[in-house]
Design a protein around this ligand. Sequence first.
Ligand code: ADP
Ligand code: MG
Length: 363
Amino acid sequence: MLNSVKTLDKKKLHGKRILLRLDLDVPIHLEGYVTEDFRLQRCLPTVRYLKEAGAKVIIIGHIGSDGEESLKPVAQWFDKNLPQTGFVPSLELKEVLDTMYAGNVLMLENLRRLPGEKGNDEAFAKQLAKLGDIYVNDSFATSHRKHASIVGLPKFLPSYMGLNLEQEVEQLSKAFQPQHPFLFILGGAKFDTKGPLVEKFLQLADTVFISGALANSFYKARGDEVKKSLVDENLDLVKPFLGNPKIILPDDLVWKDEKILDAGSKAVEQLKKLISEARFILWNGPLGNFEDGFTQATDEAAKAVAASGAFSVIGGGDTIASIEKLNLLDKFGFVSTGGGAMLDFLANNGKLPGLEALENCKK
Ligand code: ADP
Ligand code: MG
């Protein structure tokens, strides 16, 4: 299906206004600077490509979930890494459009400041589309979302894949026929988004190791005491999976202040054994509350996956943030910029709303 998605041709871009959707959702320090730039580094090749082709590049994207954060620190990061990237502190660009020159790069403020973005409002997409001649999606990590800048814009503009999106599709497609034993490691939070994928991956994987706050929901659903641990409200989502023999949950845990915050050392040993036996490993989600220092299980697992002979695919904003300091990212088979998007892509045989929208774009 992906053959019909067009890729960029440098020769045809000079002077064209490109609306470039990027993954800009990165952690920002309280003092206003980017603390972890893995995703941003992966944006640079496409921006450079367009700049060199003499396009006028208008970068659009989001940060945070509800539009309360600003993209200004991200624009400053770009300006440092790709000098003369400008920032427009609004979503109104009409005044500056006329002054844009070939090779000019400007970033607009957080799209989620306007409800039309997440609401996939057609009028909003149409308005945004007026700013560009061409739309380029290079935001793999958001391509599982039916948001205006992902699925709305291609209805109004000729649309292309960016270089990062192309690479994600190519690399992740290698995992459609995984070797066995296939170990799926799932951590983090948000069972409501990740739960439906557990069902899919129970069919594909030989073992599903679940840790992090996701595991807490299992403990609670089966009647264990979880005290003040983070758990999902809706335990009905977890119930169908209780007792599934493919699912392994840590059974010794690290507690603090009446909360389960990490997997314990026996569980880590068990996971390391599974890692050493696997031929294919897919991992999303930190295994503990890493921001507060509960990094033991995540660190140990990362080292074991990096050292294993298995083909490994890892992804997720927090997953990468949690292991980045170990300097192991180049030891994995592929590091995806997507978390939910990566899992959706793999569970649905390469189908994502953002990719389908590119295929059906305005010609
Ligand atoms: P990703 O961004 O990699 O897809 P998620 O967003 O699903 O990952 O989950 C990451 C979050 O899960 C982190 O904020 C982490 O602190 C949290 N988390 C993991 N384990 C626990 C736990 N036991 N208690 C509380 N939070 C946890
Ligand atoms: Mg996350």
